[in-house]
Design a protein around this ligand. Structure first.
Ligand code: DX5
Ligand code: ZN
Length: 239
């Protein structure tokens, strides 16, 4: 396992607590022919963590990449990696992704037979255990498992493709989760994924999102650094 020295995931937590929300570029639309170069460009541009979309062609229609690419990103990256598993039966591969160097393993509540068990397994393997929830899934599905989660990734698009339009249903879920967190003294992190852009990033940050995933808004921008800085500034001003 090539997890970065100095517990990069703990540094990320300090960064969140000190400075507020961060932008996690999603690699989905990057130039996979020059993967290591893309990772370096994103890190140099100020990315504090990266988001990797693993799709199996079953849980979602598209097939993206798996372990080999996650391992390659791990070798190239110093920052923490969130691996977003859009797959059926994620339990089968958790140990492999943990070994490949995932710092956060994010599994979909819709794909889990026994969420508590899966979350406990992830934690026992080393990574943080985050639960993702799709736009059409009611929040009640994740509520019983918050105590065993290190974070919740609220999907603001249907999982499966980059470049979709933001669905505001995510804002209600973020606000509700933020309220639960304050009420219960919970320590889970709030993330959001899908359709994040200049127009939407402030709203998700003020609704409580801290780990803000941005795919096309960064990767399709001519200047990664400008895109990340601008999104992060807007998020922090709104948080
Ligand atoms: C969608 C993925 C997202 C995607 C985000 O299924 O989970 O992470 O890459 O891309 P944008 O920011 O373009 O919606
Ligand atoms: Zn994602």
């Amino acid at each position: 396992m090539n997890r970065p020295a100095g517990h990069a995931i703990d540094q990320l937590a300090v960064c969140l607590d000190t400075h507020g929300p961060v932008i996690l570029p999603a690699l989905l639309l990057c130039d996979f022919g020059h993967l290591a170069r893309e990772v370096s460009r994103l890190e140099e541009a100020g990315a504090r963590a990266l988001h990797l979309d693993v799709m199996d062609g079953r849980f979602v229609p598209q097939l993206t990449y798996g372990l080999v690419v996650v391992e390659a990103v791990r070798r190239a990256a110093k920052v923490p990696l969130e691996v977003h598993l859009m797959v059926d039966e994620p339990e089968r591969t958790l140990a492999d992704y943990a070994k490949a160097g995932a710092d956060i393993l994010t599994v979909h509540i819709e794909a889990l037979a026994d969420p508590r068990r899966t979350l406990d397994t992830i934690r026992s393997l080393g990574p943080r255990a985050h639960l993702a929830i799709s736009p059409g899934t009611p929040l009640e599905r994740v509520e019983p498992h918050l105590e065993h989660s290190d974070g919740v990734l609220v999907m603001s698009v249907e999982p499966g493709f980059g470049g979709q339009r933001f669905n505001p249903v995510a804002l209600d879920k973020l606000r509700a989760l933020d309220a639960i967190r304050s009420r219960t003294g919970g320590s889970f992190r709030l993330g959001v994924d899908g359709g994040i852009a200049i127009e939407t990033v402030g709203a998700v940050a003020s609704a409580g999102a801290e780990l803000i995933v941005a795919g096309s808004a960064v990767i399709r921008a001519p200047d990664y650094s400008r895109a990340i800085t601008e999104l992060e500034q807007l998020a922090r001003n709104a948080a």
